[in-house]
Structures are given as C-alpha cells and as structure tokens.
Ligand binder design. Sequence first.
Ligand code: CP
Ligand code: NVA
Length: 305
Amino acid sequence: MGWTMKHVVSVVDVGEDIAGVLETAQRERGRRLDTMSGRTLALLFEKPSLRTRVSFEIAMRQLGGDSLYLSPAEVQMGVREPIVDVAKVLSRYVDLIAYRGFSHAATVELAKRSSIPVINALDDTEHPCQALADLMTIRESKGSFDGRKLAFVGDGNNVCNSLMLACPFVGLDLAVATPSFYGPRAAILDRARAIARDHGTTIDITTNPDDAVAGADAVYTDTWVSMGNEEEKAARLRAFRPYQVDDRLMDRAKRDAIFLHCLPAHREEEVTAEVIDGPRSIVYAQSENRLHVQKALIMRIFAED
Ligand code: CP
Ligand code: NVA
C-alpha cells in the first residue's frame, strides 16, 4: 500500500490516508484475518478506558494477534522509570504500542524512543483514533462528506483538536463553539486552518453554539471535564452550562442531523438525556466504529509495500 507512516502521534500522521483507513475499516469490519499473527500490541494506559482498551484488544484478536494491558498502576511512566527505558524495553517484547497518557510531549517522546510503532490512544492534545471513528460514523450515516458540516460544541479539548485536524482531509466543514476561555489552542488551530486551506474546507470558531450548529449535519459534544482537568470541575461546569446540547439546540441543525459523543457522557451536563438517548443519537454505532478503524489502522501500519 506504500504507507511509510509508522507512528500515529497525531491524526495528521494518517493525513491523506484517512480515506484509505475508512475504506479498509468498512471492507474488513467483522472479518477475521491473520495480519497480526505472532504479533503483540501493548496497551500502555495511564488513564482509565472502556472503549479504547476493549476495541484495541478485540481488533488484535480479529487480526490473529495478541494484546496485553498495562494499567496506570503498573508502569508509572516517568515516575518508576524514564520514558526512554519504557520505550526501549517494550520495543524488545512487543510489536506495537497504544499509549494513553497525560502530556502530548510524553507521547512524542515515547514514539521517538521506540523502535516499534506507537499509536496515540489519547493524550491532553489529541485523540486520533476517536476522530477516525467519528469520520467513519458520519460517512456511514450521511453517505459521503461532500457539502457536509460537523458542529462541535463544548470544550476545545483533545477530541476537538483531532477533529479540527482530521476533517479537512476528507473534505468535511467544521464549526466549533466554545466559551472563549476554553477554545482550541492557537497552534493547533493554525495548523488545522492551513490543512483546511489546502483542502478547500472551512473551520469556523465561535462562542455561539446556535451559530455553530446552524445547518449542521452532525452535532458533537464531549465531556466538559476531561481526564486530568478534575480540579477545575466546578469552574468548568459553570462556564460550559450554556453549551449543553439539548433538543432546542439540535433543532437548530438540519432536520436529519445526527448526534455524536465520544463517550463517556454525563447526562444533563454536556448533553441532555433526551438527546443522547433520543432518535438522533448514534453514539453506540460511533463506539463500535472505534473497533473497525483501529483494526484498519493496525492493518495499514503493518501492510507490506
Ligand atoms: N471514547 C473513548 O476513548 O473512551 P474510553 O476513554 O472509554 O476509552
Ligand atoms: N476529552 C475526554 C475524552 C475521553 C474519551 C478526556 O480526555 O477525558
């Protein structure tokens, strides 16, 4: 397939191949293969997880390989031992690492020091696998990305960042509504806007949720308190209150707009139960697609030229 990329630290590392990953994901969904036979994935996690851990483990099983889970208590990256030693030791035992940590700098360092591919399984800056699953879900539901618009409402966080960086590659327009203090970081926004310019798509940033969702085909929100932000919880709950996705906000989007959430969700905080449990919500299909896109991603990382 001629894919020279190895690490997936940012969704931009997948870049122009995002469409290819989505196609592979669709084609191979549910199929058992032997691509990873004799190979092991280490899930190196410093934060809790349901979807990411389970979907990676099942993806490896469907590909005929093995996986092992290293919980936050075990490795204690940078505390029990330095990242460089974790990288070099794991590179001797396993063939691929999915890393969920706190700082993006740690993800970059782990990738730099490993002689095997590293996939970012969420850090404070990005959640690339989530963005791939989100795009797969939108395409499945809408048929194509042409002329479509996604609205992200809430915190300008890791999930928002990866969506900003990924949407232009598939031709999807994006509008983001956040309180001004919680907007996406300037460096990520600049990078996303440059990619959008090259691909002829738009990224609109606003503080007004009604403006963001106007004419949207999909409305997306995420928790207001990401893992690592717990100490700011009270201030965040106050600041984000006007950004709750409820039926009134959904009614501002297109009539057939879908609702997306990466989960875990907090009903009556970032989204009302009427929306997430209602007919426009496709959040469980979205969760399922994590499995399909990660399987495709692994296949493409290990594809022979
Ligand atoms: N969406 C997501 O990454 O969920 P987990 O934190 O449960 O893995
Ligand atoms: N933004 C959330 C996503 C969880 C999957 C967090 O980082 O906690």
